[in-house]
Design a protein around this ligand. Structure first.
Ligand code: ZN
Ligand code: ZN
Length: 127
């Protein structure tokens, strides 16, 4: 086992390996994977990126689930910060119009839905 590497090297390797696999389990490795997989171009405005401004290129999750990171990249889309903001703004507004609030905040309608009765009345009428 310890033929080439010293004990401390092996220990360090295993710590690094464990840290890496932990971070991949949490999905934090997806940015690097996505940047390897796709050209550095914004999927919306086609702005091109280089190492100099790469931090302005973000990895968007198409289904908005940051824990869903299939290794084929099918849930990722590279977007510049502005297009990414836009994309999330649209998503937030779309959900808000349905009475769903993002980031864990409960919409008032989750506690009390004034339309619940209305809907059941309409359903009764239809059937
Ligand atoms: Zn863009
Ligand atoms: Zn996103």
């Amino acid at each position: 086992m310890a033929d080439k590497k010293s004990q401390s090297d092996q220990k360090l390797d295993s710590v690094v390996a464990r840290a890496r696999s932990d971070s991949e389990k949490r999905g934090h490795g997806y940015r690097e994977q996505a940047l390897k997989l796709y050209p550095w171009i914004c999927g919306r405005c086609s702005r091109e990126f280089t190492r100099v401004n790469l931090q302005e290129l973000t990895v968007h999750h198409k289904n908005h689930d940051h824990d869903y990171n299939p290794s084929d990249g099918s849930n990722w889309e590279l977007l510049c910060m502005y297009c990414h903001d836009n994309e999330h703004q649209r998503q937030t507004e779309a959900l808000a119009s349905k009475g769903i609030a993002l980031d864990g905040a409960k919409a008032p309608s989750a506690k009390f839905n004034p339309f619940a009765d209305l809907k059941s009345m309409m359903d009764d009428k239809d059937s």
